[in-house]
Design a protein around this ligand. Structure first.
Ligand code: G3P
Length: 229
């Protein structure tokens, strides 16, 4: 993983699986290839194998259970997502929280398997402690802005700047910002504030032209990076 990081979380939207899931993924991959910018897609567990077979962009799980092989009905282990073709996993999303010891165990096991992890944090105060667990990146998302259409970079820019200061305390962990990101301008602002990338869901998944939204995001990521040089 290296910046800029664009992570699209499919959640359980109706186009997150099946033929629609394949269709939107191909569109996202095309934008990624056209601009030479990697885009991570975080997909329902049932789609990991199918999408990994047909795509070159990194496919992530949305969650894994920090359990070992054995009698755990319904569990999705790090080994299982690797076998299905995932390059990594989101962990501790606001909509799928896990305990601190579970985050630690999952991050460690994921790393040992040669996969990547992105750990979500609800507040900037949690960025440093979670970064000490050494995931590849922390995704800062104020829960009240998730799915709101009101971008963290505009509504709560201080959350990003404080999170950026916190992540600097740990070497080698990136900071991604998400929640309510809707426009290219929101994306530009997040990068300008110091984020290494953005996480997004509804603006892409609920759009009738997701490829246009993603393209606008990519253009603005590149523009913001260029401006910083
Ligand atoms: O994981 C990213 C997600 O929680 C952000 O959601 O809908 O506000 O872009 P959304």
């Amino acid at each position: 993983m290296k910046p800029p990081i664009i992570l699209i979380n499919y959640k359980a939207y109706e186009n997150s699986y099946g033929e629609k899931g394949v269709e939107i993924s191909k569109k996202i991959e095309k934008v990624s290839k056209d601009y030479g910018v990697p885009i991570i897609i975080s997909v329902p567990a049932t789609m990991i194998y199918k999408l990994s077979q047909i795509l070159e962009i990194p496919v992530y799980a949305q969650h894994v259970d920090a359990l070992r092989h054995g009698a755990h009905t319904g569990a999705i282990l790090p080994e299982m997502i690797k076998d299905a073709g995932a390059k990594g996993s989101l962990l501790n999303h606001s909509e799928r929280k896990i305990r601190l010891d579970e985050i630690h165990e999952a991050v460690t096991r994921i790393r040992d398997l040669g996969l990547e992890s992105v750990v979500c944090a609800d507040s900037y105060e949690l960025v440093h402690p979670l970064a000490l667990l050494r995931p590849n990146a922390i995704l800062i998302e104020p829960p009240e802005l998730i799915g709101s259409g009101r971008a963290v970079s505009k509504e709560k820019p201080e959350v990003i700047t404080r999170a950026v200061n916190e992540i600097k305390k740990v070497e080698g962990v990136y900071l991604i910002a998400g929640a309510g990101i809707t426009t290219g301008e929101d994306v530009y602002k997040a990068i300008e504030l110091g984020a290494d990338g953005i996480g997004v869901a509804s603006a892409v998944m609920k759009s009738s032209t997701p490829e246009k939204i993603v393209e606008d995001f990519v253009i603005n990521v590149l523009k913001a990076i260029d401006k910083k040089k």
